[in-house]
Design a protein. Structure first.
Length: 332
């Protein structure tokens, strides 16, 4: 493959790249716009009111966000999915009278498959699962960033806090949540050709399912870890230790990674054009428990969930993970 992208490419490919760039740069773009607006003096009263509203009054991130179907259905998100391309595989219909917790695996570097599936209609989630309104959950800190918070809420994102999860799951039939279970820890091991899932100690979403009687839906993305190259993934490296310290202090971390650029194929923040196959598995129906779940109940349901996740891997690995360097592993 040449280092630099050709000058003349089909308009479709340019539109695909633009769509992905829009999302990758969304945080930087909205922050830049906000600070620019702050330089306009006559806007200061409105900006102060807006910031006070964010800090003191707006409960939307904890109450399902402010989802906009207009934002989610933009044609640009179809171009986003075509860039890789991404494909959604549905194993079973979901009953719209129930509530669901979609566990997305793996985290990858920035969970692009989760965003495309649950944060947009780029893969036609609402048409594939009629009556199911799934909200993609992310860190509360993202909703403290002016303008960016409003953009991601319009796409259907909400806070991953316990309060937020329970509010959505108790908001009526079909209301569901999508959680990238492995989190920041899993992103540090997102090496191409591997699928190491941080899952052994993750019981929060299991408890949520039992307390709320929400069905669990394991979702496995083949190819998510292949979109970027990871630097210093070895646990003994100084970079890895620094990233762990950052995660402990700030609650999140940023893996050292390399993708491709707009005009080159060797370096940049854009993901590589590699296919991603997102398998939404069969639901595990959960009976609501009264009171706090016991350790045995948590472990039994976790085992069912992991077994189904491994079953998805076995069903599709020879088709969608041909270039793997190892089998799926459940770690930590």
């Amino acid at each position: 493959m040449p280092i630099f992208a050709p000058i003349f490419l089909p308009i479709q490919r340019r539109l695909q790249t633009t769509a992905v760039l829009t999302w990758i740069s969304a945080l930087g773009t909205t922050t830049t716009i906000f600070f620019y607006l702050c330089t306009i003096k006559y806007l200061w009263p409105m900006i102060i009111i807006y910031l006070l509203w964010i800090l003191m009054f707006d409960r939307a991130p904890e109450q399902g966000g402010r989802r906009s179907n207009w934002c989610r259905n933009r044609v640009s998100w179809s171009y986003f999915a075509q860039y890789f391309p991404m494909t959604l595989i549905k194993e079973e219909d979901l009953d719209p009278s129930k509530n669901y917790i979609f566990g997305y695996h793996p985290h990858g570097i920035i969970s692009l498959g989760a965003f495309c599936t649950f944060g947009t209609e780029g893969l036609n989630f609402s048409k594939r699962f009629p009556g199911i309104q799934a909200r993609l959950l992310t860190l509360q800190s993202n909703f403290q960033i002016p303008l960016y918070r409003d953009f991601i809420m319009a796409l259907g994102c909400a806070s991953v806090s316990k309060e937020s999860c329970e509010y959505i799951l108790r908001s009526g039939p079909g209301n569901s949540i999508a959680i990238v279970v492995g989190g920041a820890q899993e992103s540090l091991g997102a090496k191409p050709g591997t699928l190491d899932l941080t899952l052994k100690k993750r019981l929060g979403f299991i408890k949520l399912a039992l307390v709320n009687g929400a069905s669990l839906v394991p979702t496995l993305a083949f190819g998510e870890n292949d979109l970027y190259e990871l630097y210093s993934a070895e646990h003994t490296s100084k970079t890895y230790k620094l990233q762990q310290l950052m995660k402990k202090v700030l609650g999140f971390t940023m893996p050292m990674f390399i993708g491709r650029g707009i005009f080159n194929y060797e370096f940049g923040l854009l993901p590589k054009r590699k296919p991603v196959f997102i398998v939404i598995g069969k639901p595990i129906h959960v009976e609501k428990v009264e009171g706090a779940p016991t350790t045995e109940q948590l472990q039994d349901l976790q085992k069912q969930y992991i077994d189904e996740l491994l079953a998805i891997w076995d069903r599709y690995k020879d088709k969608y993970a041909v270039g793997r360097v190892q089998e799926l592993q459940i770690v930590e």
